[in-house]
Design a protein. Structure first.
Length: 369
């Protein structure tokens, strides 16, 4: 049956109204997350130079619309060729000191899989007609707004899941994907385990320099801002409070970044030795082990650290069975996937991860009644 016009006011179950809302929600959801507002996300373009690593942002968004839950989006990474040069003397077929004929170097690839699952939630009420007749509340509008807020929050939690555990929680539940700790896991002041951390091993200027040294030495993919390269640090409120109390940090922060209007810089609590340090309240603490509640889990992000794939736009779905009109409900659903950039060889024998790290430190947390 063709639809030639919309009835006003537009009901959430109207097919045309639903499609219009869905398209807007897809854009709004991407733009409303903490990471998007901080300038840490960008759409995948596929325009990277084959011979030069392009500095980018930590979170790459892929639109893979019309994909189904359970499917995968594969991202490949081509390895560099070996540095053995062609001989400067002899014939042009020389490879080092041997002939290149029949000994051509093969192209080798790593890849990563972004698994897609179904992210969904629902709200419902009894007797919606009664509520809407006797109050000024538009239950449908409120439900859609609440569901969109929920979706934004869970997009953020999914990205954090990737940093800590490689896959979002709903992918682990639906597809039996196992949580994988970050392969770059370190502890404050060179401790080798959580049990070795004590109250002196907080996040301070010296520890920040350890993060920078790791990022540079291990060749993490850099983030480029205003012609300079940097790395992004995410830490919770109490970890950042410890850092703010460090005199060296207070003296030297922002020394070479004043006046930048880039959101990654302007929104940070400070830029220190090439680290843009952000306070983010969703950062997690340990839930088990020695002094778990006092162990902060810092995230160190370079470019292309996490890939997010949108398999569909979010949709509002009305409840079909209404108990003869006495029960009303709305649900939101979206096919979504994400993964930390753990690239594996074709036979899965080795993993390369050059985009992120987790750093665990002591945090002097306060308890407020």
């Amino acid at each position: 049956m063709p639809f030639t016009a919309l009835n006003f006011p537009i009901a959430a179950s109207d097919p045309l109204g639903e499609l219009a809302w869905s398209k807007i929600a897809h854009v709004e959801t991407q733009h409303e997350t903490f990471f998007a507002k901080a300038g840490m996300t960008a759409k995948a373009k596929g325009d990277e130079d084959a011979h030069r690593r392009k500095a980018g942002v930590p979170i790459i968004l892929h639109d893979e619309l019309k994909s189904e839950p359970g499917s995968e989006v594969r991202v490949r990474m081509r390895k560099q060729l070996t540095s053995t040069p062609r001989s400067a003397y002899g014939t042009i077929t020389n490879y080092g000191t041997a002939s290149m004929l029949g000994k051509e170097e093969p192209l080798n690839y790593y890849d990563m899989a972004v698994k897609l699952g179904l992210l969904k939630h629902a709200v419902g009420n009894d007797s919606p007609d009664f509520y809407q007749h006797y109050t000024s509340i538009d239950m449908e509008q409120d439900a859609e707004a609440a569901l969109q807020e929920w979706l934004v929050e869970n997009h953020e939690e999914a990205i954090l899941d990737c940093l800590y555990e490689k896959y979002p929680y709903f992918i682990q539940q639906q597809l039996s994907a196992s949580a994988v700790a970050n392969t770059n896991l370190y502890y404050g002041e060179g401790a080798t385990s959580q049990a070795e951390l004590d109250q002196s091993m907080v996040f301070d200027a010296n520890e920040a320099m350890r993060l920078r040294s790791f990022a540079v030495w291990k060749k993490l993919n850099p983030v480029k801002i205003d012609g300079k390269t940097c790395f992004i640090v995410l830490a919770d409120t109490f970890v950042c409070t410890d850092l703010r109390q460090d005199a060296m940090f207070r003296e030297l922060k922002d020394a070479d970044s004043r006046g930048s209007d880039n959101p990654i810089v302007s929104g940070a609590i400070g830029v220190y030795q090439g680290l843009c340090i952000w306070e983010y309240q969703r950062m997690r603490t340990m839930t088990s082990g020695a002094s778990a509640a006092n162990i902060g889990r810092i995230g160190l992000l370079g470019a292309d650290a996490i890939a997010v794939a949108y398999g569909s736009r979010p949709r509002i779905v009305p409840r079909v069975e209404t108990a003869y009109g006495d029960r009303w409900g709305r649900a939101i659903r979206q096919v979504l996937g994400a993964s930390r950039a753990d690239f594996q060889e074709s036979d899965d024998s080795a993993t390369t991860q050059q985009s992120s790290a987790e750093w665990r430190v002591w945090r002097k947390a306060e308890t407020f009644a």
